[in-house]
Write a protein that binds this ligand. Structure first.
Ligand code: EPS
Length: 389
């Protein structure tokens, strides 16, 4: 079974439900470590009132016994504490008409899927669209990613991220080392890679809040310990760079993705872009630079996989934006109740999860096995083969 996940649940519904398929049996899960990822996603300067209500926690409801996977789908529930405040408008069976009217959304936000979603699914109350389109869904991704990370760590694969820019503060092109990503402080306001950028980032968020604005930014996500040979060059949809890009671009508000030096490489000559190949007995084949971001021809080359995600400003602005009332078709500013000013630090944690999910899928495809032991034996044989090359 392919390693992947599916999720369900509305932002103000009772819970998020996540089902992860393709986990081998015999993987020990660390509850605290997994919950820590959920907490990391909730953190960050510029989050709104909702994060004061929620305190996300993984509740495993299938596929795990005594802390170990048993080969069946791993099912997870994450409760939405805010549901208690929304039950009248969001209950699956008994919606209170007055409550539903109070929560009705009829002035779509430019930049959000409110309008296109309402037209597509023929939902006149745009709340039916925004509830599922909400970035609340990213808690599901982080839960699935936490499962993927538990698998990957058995093969020495680790994932880190950090923020390199928020609005115009920081440097979106900054290339952090693996160690620099390790030094990112999850408790710092914006999870900045360069501590010297943090202050200007905080000021940018304050200024945006003051102006009723929102901000985006740039995140670097990297994976270390990835073996040579994940993904393939033989078919378009097997190229791992494309699969990573799809996964990261699917994260809310991410509008661009690049790998390695990405966009900057398009402006340079070839000799300044490609990573020279070296060999010595200890390090075997290796590079002194990693501008390719660990991927050549859609295949991992053993260097760190380095991905950059560019997040646009959140589309819910306190000051609103020009829009149309879909009930009267008259001009109407987009609606606002509460929202985050920025969620760039959280987005980094979500992108880690997406990278983990794609890498776990690629590892499962290459090494198979129904149990972790079988998968590890297959992996060990392959590592032996690489040593002969
Ligand atoms: C979101 C709007 C805000 C965010 C939410 C995403 O929620 P609310 O509408 O309840 O104020 O807080 O993010 C989360 C709930 C979360 O867990 O990240 C949106 O419209 O996308």
């Amino acid at each position: 079974m392919t390693f992947t996940f599916i999720s369900a649940g509305e932002s103000h519904g009772s819970q998020l439900t996540v089902i992860v398929t393709g986990m081998p049996a015999g993987v020990t899960l660390d509850r605290e470590r997994m919950n820590r990822d959920l907490a990391r996603r909730q953190h960050g300067y510029g989050r709104g009132g909702r994060m004061k209500i929620e305190s996300d926690e993984i509740e495993i409801v299938g596929g795990v016994r005594g802390g170990e996977t048993i080969g069946s789908p791993v099912a997870i529930a994450i409760r939405n504490r805010d549901f208690e405040n929304w039950r009248g408008a969001m209950d699956p069976w008994d919606v209170d008409a007055a409550e539903a009217q109070k929560r009705r959304v009829h002035a779509p936000r430019p930049g959000h899927v409110d309008l296109a979603g309402g037209m597509k699914y023929d939902r006149r109350d745009l709340r039916d669209v925004l509830e599922r389109a909400s970035a609340r869904e990213t808690a599901s991704r982080v839960a699935a990613g936490a499962v993927a990370k538990e698998l990957l760590r058995n093969f020495g694969i680790e994932i880190r991220s950090g923020v390199v820019s928020v609005g115009s503060a920081g440097d979106p092109d900054h290339v952090p080392s693996w160690d620099a990503l390790g030094a990112v402080d999850d408790d710092s306001p914006l999870r900045a890679v360069r501590k010297s950028d943090e202050e200007s980032m905080v000021r940018a968020v304050d200024a945006a809040r003051e102006a009723g604005e929102t901000l985006g930014g740039t995140i670097v996500v990297a994976a270390h310990g990835v073996p040579v040979g994940l993904g393939s060059y033989v078919q378009w949809n097997e190229k791992l760079d494309g699969r990573i890009a799809q996964a990261v671009l699917s994260v809310h508000a991410v509008k661009a993705v690049s790998i390695g030096d990405g966009v900057a490489a398009a402006r340079r000559v070839g000799s300044e872009v490609h990573d020279a190949i070296y060999f010595d007995e200890e390090r075997r084949y290796h590079r002194e630079t990693n501008r390719a971001g660990g991927l050549e021809g859609g295949v991992t080359n053993g260097e760190d996989v380095v991905v950059r995600a560019y997040m646009k400003p959140i589309s819910t602005l306190r000051r609103g934006l020009p829009s149309v009332d879909t009930e009267t078709r008259e001009p109407h500013r987009s609606q606002w109740e509460r929202s985050d000013v920025t969620a760039v630090p959280a987005c980094g944690v979500v992108c880690e999860a997406m990278l983990a999910i794609v890498l776990a899928a690629a590892m499962r495809e290459k090494f198979g096995g129904d149990s972790l032991g079988e998968m590890k034996r297959n992996f060990g044989e392959y590592v032996g083969q690489l040593r002969q090359f």
